[in-house]
Design a protein around this ligand. Structure first.
Ligand SMILES: Nc1ncnc2c1ncn2[C@@H]1O[C@H](COP(=O)(O)OP(=O)(O)OP(=O)(O)O)[C@@H](O)[C@H]1O
Ligand SMILES: [Mg+2]
Length: 238
């Protein structure tokens, strides 16, 4: 067994009195991809937002490389090496690609592999080509790459990606899938929330399916590739 990047135990999350995540447990091994799937409203974004410190859980624990973070602020979680790329890609539309990346830059000197502008540009050649272009004029897929690039500038070891292919045309989805493969090849540990089952299955090592806030299925992607219905019966895809 390798190093555990993220471990979540028995997590409950509520909005006021309304509990939307119930007893979620999962483990992400370093350098692997865990796909967190589920229908609209299943609690996927709520889970990612809680992992990243934006929401406080009602119960349960979250540890990042063995250190508890369930009471940490988003800034502290980010400093410890986990970054969220939120649903809806928050970039600055009136700034150029380069400016968007520069604003996100953070020097972290105590880690062996650090991301900088050069490395982001060599991973996502498209962003380099568009360096001087205003981010608001990029295609949806390019905006998603930029949102990921911005997260990388903070030197993460763990990335939380909330529906990177949402609202993109099929050709552009393929581009984003390629970009995600490159991140996996860079040994980043990734939790991927996706509605696109095939994209997720193609990339993932582990699959967790949420149904109304509870784990309905958890298993290896290999198993699900052989028997997709294990997951799809909770997803409404065929
Ligand atoms: N700020 C909020 N206040 C109250 N309820 C919320 C809030 N945000 C989400 N919810 C509710 O919590 C449940 C889970 O929402 P969440 O956004 O986590 O789902 P999701 O799986 O990410 O869905 P989608 O695929 O549509 O993005 C839903 O019933 C939603 O209506
Ligand atoms: Mg969501």
């Amino acid at each position: 067994m390798g190093t555990e990047a993220l471990r979540v135990n028995n997590l409950d999350v509520s909005y006021g009195e309304c509990c939307v995540v119930h007893g979620l447990s999962l483990a992400l091994q370093e350098g692997t991809v865990l796909a967190l799937l589920g229908r609209n409203g299943a609690g996927k974004s709520t889970s990612l937002n809680t992992f990243s410190g934006l929401l406080q859980p009602r119960n349960g624990s979250i540890s990042l490389f063995g250190k508890p973070i369930e009471r940490s602020s988003p800034e502290s979680v980010a400093r410890r090496g986990m970054r969220l790329v939120p649903q809806g890609r928050r970039i600055f539309p009136s700034l150029t690609v380069l400016e968007n990346l520069q604003v996100a830059e953070q020097q972290v000197k105590d880690r062996p592999s650090t991301w900088n502008l050069e490395r982001v540009y060599s991973t996502f050649g498209r962003l380099k080509e568009r360096s001087r272009q205003k981010a608001g004029t990029l295609s949806g897929g390019e905006q998603q790459m930029l949102a990921i690039g911005r997260a990388l500038m903070g030197n993460p070891r763990v990335l939380l990606l909330d529906e990177p292919s949402e609202g993109l045309a099929p050709m552009i989805v393929a581009e984003v899938a390629e970009a995600l493969k490159k991140l996996k090849a860079e040994r980043l540990s990734i939790i991927l929330v996706e509605q696109n089952f095939h994209l997720a299955l193609d990339l993932a090592d582990e699959i967790v399916v949420l149904n109304t806030g509870r784990v309905a299925y958890a298993g290896s992607a290999e198993t699900v590739r052989k028997q997709p219905e294990l997951a799809t019966r909770h997803l409404g895809v065929f």
